[in-house]
Design a protein around this ligand. Structure first.
Ligand code: UD1
Length: 419
């Protein structure tokens, strides 16, 4: 398995281009299954999660062509059973359920297994499909959803831990082809949900309210092909902002949407980092004296759970006492024990990390078992003494396009060691 060696102590400066959003691209690619006509999606990042999604789509019978960041999909006729060998590799595979159910009135996908960031059920997705008049059955590790006719209705998708992002997208993708009007209450308001709604609208769907907690969908008979450009990845952008805060002089992000990053920018500003934004750009200016923070993760527009691990890395070496409370995935703290191996002073109390900043971390062999946790360890290594060896790099490659090359372009010294 590849590993990454981060040689600490190099200052970051310059500019970096942000890739298209993984979490937007995944459901948008799945949504192309809703029509027989060709769809063209631009700015699709080159990531292993995207490869898995394209493999599933092509297994389902669609023609998939890919040239650099552009993907053309034509799903003239499709099957409704997604293959276990690919589905098991990525939880986001569940988002083919909605489009298959919408178009073919049935879909079978393996149940996503237990996930390292806690138990990740799909009960809310199924509750939404049920409200649209679909039944479901679990058989031999697969979930099958089916309906004679999908009928619009009022659906409350709010779970005990808040709204569901993929669940909102999934139900929206089924409801666009249902008979009558559907109202999703408690909908996720993330920019990725809005991007999906924009794409579906280009395909001929009638959707209002995306980006709020109430989405209204008037079902249509059929959708047509469309062309779309995926929004910039706000989590990749946030990760580079934190990298700049940890090790930067002045770093500019290009092709970014600053309004999607308000909570992250606010947190960094509160800690004393100065940021400036322009059209499609965002710059973090170096800072001498950072202040500790009291952070809580929340659904959008709150501070994103996908930026929590990276902030723990930053706060590990910010003088004073910080707290980071995780409310979206309460068990998402795998990075803490690894940061402690680098010398960080962090205690966990329930779903809150209490972080006492130290001057400098020290490089160590570390390993994380989740995408954002792995990224946090690379960031921690940027200013650690000596070399940080990050193992299980495939986690990072799931969600960051060439993170090592991009950081090296800013002045970091990172080597990838092929297994
Ligand atoms: C998406 C993102 C992920 C991000 C998360 C929260 C993708 C591919 N992934 O994941 O990066 O961390 O949003 O912003 O877009 N829940 C239930 N029942 C369900 C579904 C979810 O209880 O049926 C719970 C989850 O366990 C979690 C919370 O709801 O505690 C939010 O999860 P959800 O928004 O669904 O996460 P994903 O959409 O899977």
């Amino acid at each position: 398995m590849d590993k990454i060696l981060v040689h600490g102590g190099h200052t970051l400066t310059g500019s970096v281009k942000i890739s298209g959003s993984k979490n937007s691209a995944l459901p948008i690619l799945a949504a192309t299954l809703l029509t027989k006509e060709p769809c063209v999606i631009h700015h699709v990042p080159d990531l292993s999660d995207i490869h898995y999604m394209l493999q599933i789509i092509s297994h389902l019978g669609a023609q998939v062509e890919r040239a650099s960041g552009t993907v053309r999909i034509e799903a003239e006729s499709i099957k409704t059973v997604a293959p276990y060998e690919i589905v098991r590799k990525m939880r986001a595979s569940v988002c083919v359920l909605g489009p298959l159910l919408g178009r073919e009135k049935e879909a079978t996908v393996s149940l996503p297994g237990g996930c390292v960031i806690g138990d990740r059920p799909i009960d809310l997705h199924l509750k939404g499909f049920e409200a649209l008049n679909a039944a479901h059955r679990v058989e031999q590790g697969n979930v099958k959803v089916f309906a004679s006719e999908l009928r619009g209705s009022v659906i409350n998708l709010r779970g005990k831990l808040g709204p569901t992002v993929l669940g909102t997208g999934n139900v929206m993708m089924a409801a666009v082809l249902a008979t009558g009007t559907s109202v999703i209450e408690g909908a996720a308001a993330e920019p990725e949900v809005v991007d999906l709604a924009n794409f579906l609208t280009k395909m001929g769907a009638k959707i209002e309210g995306a980006g709020t907690s109430r989405i209204i969908i008037e079902g249509v008979k059929e959708l047509h092909g469309a062309e779309h450009e995926v929004i910039p990845d706000r989590i990749e952008a946030g990760t580079f902002l934190v990298a700049a805060a940890i090790a930067g002089k002045e770093v500019q992000l290009k092709r970014v949407e600053p309004t999607h990053l308000t909570a992250v920018i606010d947190a960094l500003n509160q800690s004393g980092y100065r940021t400036t934004s322009g059209v499609g750009t965002l710059t973090l200016h170096g800072n001498g004296q950072a202040k500790p923070l009291q952070l809580t993760t929340e659904p959008y527009p709150g501070f994103p759970t996908d930026m929590q691990a990276q902030m723990c890395a930053l706060l590990s070496r910010t003088a004073g006492s910080s707290t980071v409370m995780e409310t979206v995935f309460p068990q998402r703290f795998m990075h803490v024990s690894e940061l402690k191996r680098m010398g960080a002073d962090i205690e966990l109390e329930g779903s809150t990390a209490i972080i006492k900043g130290i001057n400098r971390l020290s490089g160590a062999p570390v390993m994380a078992s989740d995408l954002r946790a792995s990224a946090a360890l690379v960031l921690a290594g940027l200013q650690a003494e000596g070399v940080t060896e990050v193992n299980r790099v495939y986690h990072i490659d799931r969600g960051y396009e060439s993170i090592d090359e991009k950081l090296n372009g800013l002045g970091a010294q990172i080597e990838r060691v092929k297994a």
